[in-house]
Design a protein around this ligand. Structure first.
Ligand code: HEM
Length: 184
C-alpha cells in the first residue's frame, strides 16, 4: 500500500514539475520578447512576467521537483533491488541533467529580473525542447526498465514527436514573420 502511495505521488510530482518547467521557459520567451517593446509596454510587461516567473518557480516547479525526488527515495527504499539495475542508473543520470536544467532556469530567472539575460527568444525556444527529450526517455526507462524498447514503435513515436516539434517551430516562425511584416 505504501509503495502505491509513493508511486502515485511520484507521478503527480512529475506532472507538476514538468508543467512548471515547460511554462516557465515559455514565460522567459515572452519576457525576452517584451524587452524589445517600446515604453510603457516594456516596463509593464517585464514586471508582470518577472512576477509570474518567480511565483511559478517557487510555488509550482520547485515543490513539484521536491515531491518527485522525495517519493522516488521512498520507492527505492522499498525496492532496493533496482539499485543494481542499469535502467535505474541511466534514469538517475538523466534526472541529474533534469535537475541541472531546473536550477539553470532559476539562474535565468534571476538574470532576467536584473536585465542581464543574454539569451535570445530563438535560443530559449530551443532550450525549451530539452525537457521533452528527457521526459520521453525517462518515462520509457521507468515503464520498460531493463527491456528498453528500441524497435520500430519507439522510432515511429520519436519521428512523430520530432515532426510535431518541427511543425510547431515553423508555425511559430511564420507567426513571428507575419507580425514583423504588419509592424513595418
Ligand atoms: C530522483 C529521481 C527518480 C528516481 C530514483 C525514480 C525512481 C522510480 C521508481 C523506483 C519507480 C517505480 C517503478 C515501478 O514501480 O515500476 C518510478 C516510477 C516512475 N517514474 Fe520515477 N524516479 C525518478 C524521477 C523520475 C522522473 C524525473 C520522471 C519523469 C520524467 C519519472 C517518471 C516515472 C514514471 C512515469 C513512473 C511510473 C512507471 C510505472 O509505473 O510503470 N521518474 N520511478
Amino acid at each position: 500500500m505504501a509503495y502505491s502511495w509513493f508511486k502515485a505521488l511520484h507521478i503527480i510530482g512529475v506532472v507538476v514539475w514538468f508543467a512548471g518547467l515547460f511554462y516557465l521557459v515559455r514565460l522567459f520567451i515572452y519576457h525576452v520578447e517584451a524587452q524589445t517593446q517600446p515604453e510603457p509596454a516594456r516596463g509593464i510587461l517585464t514586471a508582470q512576467y518577472g512576477l509570474m516567473e518567480k511565483r511559478l518557480y517557487n510555488i509550482i516547479t520547485t515543490p513539484g521537483m521536491i515531491l518527485t525526488v522525495a517519493m522516488a527515495v521512498g520507492l527505492l527504499v522499498l525496492q532496493r533491488d533496482w539499485l543494481h539495475d542499469w535502467w535505474l542508473h541511466l534514469k538517475l543520470t538523466l534526472v541529474v541533467l533534469l535537475l541541472g536544467y531546473h536550477f539553470y532556469c532559476g539562474r535565468l530567472l534571476h538574470q532576467l529580473a536584473e536585465g542581464k539575460c543574454t539569451w535570445t527568444s530563438g535560443q530559449l525556444r530551443a532550450f525549451n525542447e530539452a525537457p521533452t527529450v528527457l521526459l520521453f526517455v525517462i518515462v520509457l526507462l521507468a515503464v520498460f526498465k531493463n527491456n528498453f524498447p528500441l524497435g520500430v514503435t519507439t522510432w515511429a513515436v520519436v519521428a512523430l514527436v520530432v515532426a510535431m516539434g518541427i511543425a510547431i517551430q515553423l508555425y511559430a516562425r511564420k507567426r513571428r514573420l507575419d507580425k514583423e511584416v504588419v509592424s513595418q
